[in-house]
Design a protein around this ligand. Structure first.
Ligand SMILES: [Zn+2]
Ligand SMILES: [Zn+2]
Length: 367
């Protein structure tokens, strides 16, 4: 029997005056027990405490991070099994705590999966992704999701009526992409290499192409590379088809190397490829989180004499979250092509197998 008393998401599971919803009930949720061990269970529905909002999850897209969590059976810093998981969603407010103002049941919303504290050393310096007290929220693969007060205050947004919720649900990953694209300081006409043909790599292609860059996408899946061309890439490279991807990529960037390189794979070898493809003076964005304890080697001569800028970029900021939803609402990016299919919550394991096999970019789970 699962001991629910250990689960964070039940911390607010107590009686509290609510606008909009009768007393506590149960809900269907995907509970992760261990490596690729996921069970659909009936669990208590969370009840919003002070400052919190309860949302009916309408759509929860799968993401590469969910795949990692499923395969690892948890997340070292955030999710100890048994646990709910999933972090991208859009839905409809079902109830709000009595002290919450400005939000009503029935409103269509999307929330980021985190919020900064606005008071720590880094927040005071506007470095919100480095916040020492980031509040995270997980558990979108469930019928209901409680939004913590910090996220209600900083990163809960109304979805415009004309925007489908499955697109609005891409706000969080797109916000991360905008953060990475901004840090790359790309100018119109720049030749930029994106390494990685996952959803993040493809969104990077779309965003950078829209900013006037000539983007070359490098990945290992022909279907996704073709999607990258639809997203505005001017060229692509399947690294399986060549002996020396670095020299091929340099050929595609006038031999000099790329004006900017963005790595979105989370593999140390790709980090090294990224650095090796950069022209003198380039910025290299190291975007994909690698497994803990891994290292890369950097050629000191290349780094020094070529004045490379190597930048780690993590997560997003509240400004990027707002910009991401506005960009989705503009309809300028064909983001619907990232959603390979829709599946009910009962078929989440199957969806994650598709993700593992790379036969889907993202799958919209409908709880
Ligand atoms: Zn994600
Ligand atoms: Zn902070």
């Amino acid at each position: 029997m699962l001991d629910y008393s250990t689960c964070d998401w039940l911390a607010g599971y107590r009686s509290f005056k609510l606008k909009g919803l009768p007393g506590p009930d149960s809900m269907r949720a995907a509970v992760l027990y261990g490596r690729e061990d996921l069970r659909l269970e009936q669990v208590p529905r969370p009840t919003p405490a002070a400052g919190e909002v309860l949302v009916r999850v309408e759509v929860a897209p799968t993401c590469g991070t969910d795949l990692k969590v499923w395969q690892a059976g948890g997340h070292a810093r955030m999710l100890r099994p048994p646990t709910l998981f999933g972090h991208e969603f859009a839905g409809v407010i079902a109830a709000v705590a009595e002290d919450v103002t400005g939000w009503q049941p029935g409103e269509r919303v999307v929330a980021n999966n985190s919020a900064p504290c606005y008071s720590c050393f880094y927040c005071r310096r506007q470095r919100f992704s480095l916040c020492e007290n980031l509040t995270f929220n997980n558990g979108t693969f469930a019928e209901w999701l409680k939004i913590p007060a910090a996220i209600v205050r900083a990163n809960l947004l109304r979805v415009p009526a004309e925007v489908p919720l499955e697109l609005a649900a891409l706000t969080e990953p797109l916000a991360c992409v905008l953060h990475g694209a901004d840090e790359a300081r790309v100018q119109s006409g720049d030749r930029v290499i994106v390494l990685g043909d996952g959803a993040i790599g493809l969104m990077l292609v779309a965003v950078l192409a829209e900013r006037g860059a000539e983007v070359i996408l490098c990945g290992g899946n022909p279907d996704r590379l073709a999607l990258g061309m639809q997203f505005g890439a001017v060229g692509s490279l399947d690294y399986h088809t060549v002996d020396d991807p670095v020299s091929c990529l340099r050929q595609l960037t006038q031999v000099r190397g790329a004006d900017a390189v963005i790595e979105a794979t989370g593999r140390p070898a790709a980090w090294q490829t990224a650095i090796a493809c950069a022209r003198p003076g380039a910025t290299v964005i190291l975007f994909g989180g690698c497994p803990r304890g891994t290292t890369v080697t950097v050629d000191t001569e290349n780094l020094h004499y070529n004045e490379l800028t190597l930048k780690g970029v993590f997560h997003n900021t509240p400004d990027h979250v707002r910009e991401a939803l506005a960009l989705i609402a503009s309809g300028r990016l064909p983001l619907e092509r990232l959603i390979s299919q829709q599946l009910p919550l009962e078929r989440l394991s199957e969806a994650l197998v598709h993700m593992r096999e790379r036969s889907a970019v993202k799958i919209a789970i409908r709880p």
